[in-house]
Design a protein. Sequence first.
Length: 293
Amino acid sequence: MSAGADIDTYDRLLQGVQESWSKIAQTVGGYATAGDGTGMAILDVGSGLGEPACHLKKVFPKAELTSTDLEAAMVEKAKERAARLELQLSFAVRSAEDLSQFADASFDVVTANFVIMFAPNKQQVLDEAMRVLKPSGCFVATVWKAFYLKELVEDALHAALGEAHPAPTSTHALTFKAPGSLEGIIEKAGFHLASAEHCTLKMQWDNDEETARENFCFIGRSDLQDIPEVDRSECEARFLRCVADEVVKRRLTKANGTYEFTGRYQIVVITRSPVVPLKRCRFGSASMVGHEQ
């Protein structure tokens, strides 16, 4: 699969997590002093192809929105997405672990949608987010707690390759699967967990077998690419047969042939201190941990 095809497949998979964009926007709305985002500066790190940055700009059209990603190719695609949607955003090629381009206390909100899990230095991500936030600002982040599509692919890889799949690394999608794991690094970093909520989303794919195969191979690409080229095609075919078996076993197709995968994620709001003005704490159904004193 070419780099361009990889990005197209990633874009297609990205649509499956749109529910999380809305949840982030709802949470950010609790910190907005104006419904249209007037006077608010938002930094979205790890935006990939431009989400949820573009969604946030649509919800808060008057906010100053900056979208960043580690990969230049992703940032270029994010620019194209914003132009297509006729949205005005700023862009930068930056790692979530290095926001040195931005001055201290320059943003009201920092967002990171399914980003922290993949950072080698997670405390550095928190430190940098807090550095660029204004004293009353907040860091809104999501992490996977259960990603059944990823687990299916890993079980199929195990079966196809005939060997034990490597144990999850510290940059695995499910790094924060264990209860309290994210809360632990927030506490260790010396910051305050203002709110935490567990959410469920459903990712659906159309009834298109060729597209489904591309999606599955994209998710398993890191393992498949390690296989010698002479054996790769055979291993990929075996992997896809194992995927088909797992899909049937787990009953992941609906009567009309479409695929449906359920995932669970946690959304948190992190602040510098537990003293958060009540007018900035409208988190909908999110459970509040901090309160005004």
